[in-house]
Design a protein around this ligand. Structure first.
Ligand SMILES: Nc1ncnc2c1ncn2[C@@H]1O[C@H](COP(=O)(O)OP(=O)(O)OP(=O)(O)O)[C@@H](O)[C@H]1O
Ligand SMILES: Nc1ncnc2c1ncn2[C@@H]1O[C@H](COP(=O)(O)OP(=O)(O)OP(=O)(O)O)[C@@H](O)[C@H]1O
Ligand SMILES: [Mg+2]
Ligand SMILES: [Mg+2]
Lengths: 228, 228
């Protein structure tokens, strides 16, 4: 389903170059549940942004369902993103001066075929799944950090994405809430959604089926999670 | 040093009221190292914002070194904040279009008595302590999530605060880097800085001397960390 071949991402900084990703090679199949780990600055978010069609590589190939995505125009990338991807950003990126409900409804608005009533129903359901039904009408700045993170998760799943990309989805959640979110991700994964999640917490990585470890822009380890 | 008496914080939301903090009572002495824990939405950041003079309570008293801070004007709060507090925000709040070094120098700029050379030297040293000396000239949007978090930590400690308030300071850091940041906090604490840190990770709370647990805006537990 996904093939990355010699994928590279560089940033030119005056007379030095930051090699954020260097010759990344991997295959991801439909229904995978992958935990991406590695030190701060090792390239995890850069990989997620390329997989989620939010950024393009400097070199190499990103093959998705038989098409070379790194060749796509901005418009084709945006269309693919809206149709197939759900993204939980490391910094949440909620719209300010917008309620939790409006933030979650946003991905559905690209879909001209659904009614306003159905849109609202789906968004409220997604908020229910993350325990935030009663915060639906709070503005994003009236929510705690963990509540903002959960709104970002609801927004990522409301449009039934094929691929869910979650960058540190439990970074601001206590253990009990983290377990609930992981149970939700496992349920989505059993229903066929491919889940790729960055986490620095080994307890959270345990919920995945496969663990990929980054160092200095390269994959140094890619193995099955024991017992899964 | 700090006494909170019947501290309350409410938000009026149309016909309902959110009780973010309800009758919080506690004493904090100079040199304390406190881990604040509790579920998402339980009032931890609200407490931190009031302690850090970024917000005022709806009721009750905040006594700091013999003065009732909840009576202060905005100007007096700002002066107290700049002189005594270092704050690591849950969302980092770095200035965009500003380098890591400039972000860290910012708290020092209020101090008219220090030279530009000394200001730069102190800021570079703080970046060194969080392992980011070589990222000093990156802009904040050119840093990874964990790098941004560490710049926020450097900025909070550069002005030799009396009280360091850190809201989820390791939320985006891997284990090795988290251990380094905790060693830094312990070193600062041994040098006399009072450290109050929100964390949802029990392994991180272990570095503190005292653990305070919140639920629904109240302190339900306040005890010494075993073995410390
Ligand atoms: N400006 C606001 N208006 C209305 N409600 C608010 C506002 N700010 C915070 N709240 C509510 O107050 C409660 C406490 O928020 P707070 O940010 O202190 O929680 P927290 O313990 O830090 O949570 P987290 O672990 O998720 O960061 C939450 O239920 C939140 O929805
Ligand atoms: N726009 C940019 N310009 C220059 N360098 C960048 C830019 N964006 C990221 N980098 C650098 O690329 C490297 C990888 O960044 P990335 O965000 O992928 O790391 P990460 O593994 O997600 O880290 P973290 O765990 O801290 O979130 C970092 O060293 C970072 O400083
Ligand atoms: Mg990252
Ligand atoms: Mg908080």
């Amino acid at each position: 389903m996904i093939f990355l071949t010699d994928l590279c991402k560089n940033y030119a900084m005056g007379d030095t170059t930051v090699h954020a990703l260097q010759n990344v090679n991997c295959a991801i199949v439909k229904g995978d549940f992958i935990a991406v780990m590695g030190a701060s600055g090792s390239g995890k978010s850069t990989l997620m942004n390329i997989l989620g069609c939010l950024d393009i590589p400097s070199g190499g190939t990103y093959m998705l369902d038989g098409e070379e995505v790194q060749r796509f125009s901005q418009n084709r990338l945006a269309a693919l993103r809206n149709r197939k991807m759900g993204f939980v950003f490391q910094a949440f990126n909620l719209l300010p001066r917008t309620t939790a409900l409006e933030n979650v409804e946003l991905p559905l608005m690209y879909n001209k075929s659904i009614s306003a009533g159905y849109l609202r129903k789906k968004a409220l359901e997604a908020l229910e799944w993350v325990g935030l039904r009663e915060r639906a009408f709070h503005f994003s700045n009236q929510l705690s950090g963990g509540q903002q993170q959960r709104v970002a998760i609801a927004r990522a799943i409301v449009n039934d994405p094929v691929i869910l990309l979650a960058d540190e989805p439990t970074g601001n959640l206590d253990s009990a809430m983290s377990v609930e979110i992981m149970a939700l991700f496992q349920r989505l994964n059993r229903n066929g959604i491919t889940v790729i999640m960055v986490t620095h917490e080994p307890d959270i990585a345990q919920y995945a089926m496969r663990r990929m470890t980054f160092r200095d822009g390269r994959i140094i380890n890619d193995e099955k999670v024991l017992g899964r």
